[in-house]
Design a protein around this ligand. Sequence first.
Ligand code: PGA
Length: 252
Amino acid sequence: MSRTPLIAGNWKMFKTGPEAVAEATRLVELASGVANTDIMIAPTLLSLPLVSGAVAGSNVKLGVQNLFYENEGAYTGEVSAGMAKAAGAEYAIIGHSERRQYFGETDDAVCKKVKASIDGGIIPILCIGETEAQRDEEKTFSVLDKQITNGLNSFCSRDLDPLVLAYEPVWAIGTGKTATPEQVAEIHEYIRSLINRLFGNELAMSIRILYGGSVKPDNVSELMSLGDVDGALVGGASLDADAFIQIIRYDR
Ligand code: PGA
């Protein structure tokens, strides 16, 4: 089964509104004509409506970096899937390690957010990954197993059709340390076999599994050549349209 690659940029807490619009406008120019690859950027929530105008009608789609699982209510500082969608988001990054680490996000909350995304018509990109200490203690597989099992608790495979997974070893995020192709291949294969075990072969074959963690123009081709790698979630190198387009055009 062929899976359309997804190259997603997580802009984290960078760029003001005008800066985000300028970068997105440049990316739209550079990416016009790119076919057979899905492209997404996730600016800050404040920039989202502005950037939405800049990418309208192009092949650059938008995402949010987080959302809350209730539709509306007294939840200071949060936005819902419906609000994100109304502002132009088609994707939501869920359970990024920075949210887990700095904002106490649990697998239980992650699971509710995945459900809220799917119910709200937003494609969730569920992030999973082990810390350096967990890898050193040889807990990588059990950590991933728990994050996936609990993060997708009580779903059935039919509901998970839109789901995207992103394997992001925490020790590789923003550090310049990329996991080796052997490490990435081993983990992605494990994740796909876990999805097979939990939800069956059809979902396991169709689900896109992205790699994230210091993806750059000079390492993307090797990562994307691995059979179970279906795209990349890119932080630092997505902030500059000229670098990001080289990642998007990894096979050219
Ligand atoms: P990085 O970030 O590319 O800067 O390592 C990846 C991510 O956090 O998604």
